[in-house]
Design a protein around this ligand. Structure first.
Ligand SMILES: C[C@H](O)[C@H](O)[C@@H](O)C(=O)CO
Length: 489
């Protein structure tokens, strides 16, 4: 039997892609039909996603896929979390979704948590406190004309699904990132929304990975040159990435490493202890009732934004060269708290890193290779801390760390993470998110039995590189230096 063709639309914060996936009893082959950058735009002072531009690229990618690979059995859409579009009563988009790095939510989380009680909120939603969680974005937007006149709220992958099929709904893994979903029964916490003066009627009915949205609208089928059904996948890209981890058994940790570094565990129930809340771990919904017990680490955003800044200044910023040079910089020369709030907004990242070093009395990195080394040493330290804390808080043993996503290509980061954690790091697949998207569709088509079966297929078909921990760097003392810096900033 020849492998079956599926189409995955995977929207990341820095780039998007349309991927043709062929799945058979012992094959999973990916071919990129189209890749495009995801460049946000500031409109009248507010940072937005160029969602119409992204949708245009998606249609272009589907057209290329149909032309070069044929008609897929189904299409699945995933994207970054928390952000949404508002529709009016006619189904028209009221304004381009606001980017989670926009400053409109500054201070909102503190106010709301003070009002509701951080622990009470955690017991209801199980979510880490990040300033851009959808709940805080809605509180920041509740007095806007768009919010007041809106008829429906659609998270980004659901908005794309709506434009492709006309179907309205909210897929549960991404809905769990709103901090408006009950962590126990995975239904909308309507009382919580009402208690904040939010409009629960905006929240669409929930759907599960594998559910059918519907077939392409006629105009979409005409535009892309074929008709196909759209199937809900684990539409939070991180949820799809975790499905795409080629793990065997459950004694593993993962790092979905891209713009963000999502480091954590897959559990069968949430951890809602006071210690877990204080450590700011999240319990995002995974597939089949699993829990993605993780914490957001600032991730390769630090590197992406530094490169963007150097390019803006007309300085050479070729990543492979930067990484090769950074390997020659002494380890642990300067370490930063990567999750310091100053590193969240776009801007002059190299200067912010230098300022942090200055404030903490460390050697101040100025040359690009020193900045890059500082970023990678500090990310490895953050992954070490996060994985060790997750293991302790969830009382969960780990023998291996799976690093997936674009960061799996970064050999220096993977090796430093192995050294810092003292655990082997299995790097790959890079396209774990697209693979997780495709395998949920393959299961809906009856080609894959369950999550374990999907991972067996991945382990048998996808290339990985294993980095064994090496001695030599005193990560304990780097960790305590980092801890002491926090007191100085
Ligand atoms: C806000 C981030 O998008 C989110 O926390 C993260 O999980 C993600 O979606 C990474 O793409």
């Amino acid at each position: 039997m020849s492998p079956t063709l599926f189409a995955a639309v995977d929207l990341g914060a820095s780039s998007g892609r349309v991927v043709a996936g062929r799945v058979g009893p012992d094959t999973v082959e990916l071919t990129e039909a189209h890749r495009f950058v995801n460049e946000p735009v500031r409109l009248a002072g507010t940072l937005h996603w160029n969602i119409a531009g992204l949708y245009t690229e998606i249609l272009r990618g589907l057209r290329f896929l149909g032309r070069d690979h044929g008609t897929p059995v189904s299409v699945g859409v995933d994207s970054w979390a928390v952000d949404y579009g508002l529709l009016d009563a006619d189904g028209a988009l009221l304004s381009a979704p606001v980017h989670y790095r926009d400053g409109r939510t500054d201070g909102v989380a503190e106010t709301i948590n003070g009002q509701l009680g951080a622990d009470a909120l955690y017991q209801r939603t199980g979510l880490q406190i990040l300033p851009f969680n959808t709940i805080y974005q809605l509180v920041a937007a509740r007095d806007t004309a768009a919010y007041r006149t809106a008829d429906r709220l659609l998270l980004v992958p659901d908005l794309i699904g709506y434009w492709l099929t006309g179907a309205i709904g909210a897929e549960v893994t991404n809905a769990s990132t709103t901090q408006l979903l009950d962590v126990h029964d995975r239904t909308w916490d309507v009382d919580l929304a009402s208690s904040l003066g939010l409009r629960p009627e905006l929240l669409p009915s929930l759907r599960q990975p594998g559910d059918l949205l519907g077939r392409f609208r006629a105009d979409v089928a005409a535009e892309v040159g074929f008709d196909a059904p759209v199937v809900a996948v684990a539409s939070h890209d991180t949820a799809s990435a975790v499905i795409g981890v080629p793990a065997v058994g459950d004694r593993f940790a993962y790092i979905s490493c891209g713009t963000w570094g999502l480091a954590g565990l897959e559990l069968d129930r949430p951890v809602l202890s006071e210690a877990s809340r204080e450590a700011n771990f999240t319990n995002e919904a995974g597939i089949d009732g699993t829990v993605r017990y993780l914490r957001n680490v600032m991730g390769l955003w630090l590197l992406q934004e530094s490169v963007r800044w150097w390019e803006r200044e007309g300085r050479p910023a070729d990543l492979p060269t930067l990484l090769a040079d950074a390997a020659g910089v002494p380890a642990g020369r300067t370490v930063i708290e990567v999750d310091d709030a100053r590193f969240l907004p776009p801007g002059d990242m190299p200067s912010r890193i230098a300022a942090y070093a200055r404030e903490t009395g460390q050697p101040v990195p100025s040359a690009p290779d020193e900045i890059v080394r500082c970023i990678l040493d500090s990310l490895a330290l953050a992954f070490r801390r996060t994985i060790r804390e997750a293991m302790a808080l969830a009382d969960h043993a780990v023998d291996v760390v799976h690093a997936v996503g674009g960061g799996a290509r970064n050999a220096l980061l993977c090796q430093l993470t192995a050294d810092a954690t003292g655990l082997p790091v299995v790097a790959g697949p890079v396209e774990a998110t697209a693979l997780g998207n495709l395998l949920v569709q393959a299961r809906a088509a009856g080609l894959v039995a369950d999550l374990a079966d999907a991972r067996r297929l991945l382990a048998a078909t996808q290339a990985t590189v294993c980095y064994e921990p090496r001695p030599g760097i005193d990560w304990d003392s780097l960790a305590s230096r980092l801890a002491s810096t926090a007191a100085k900033v």
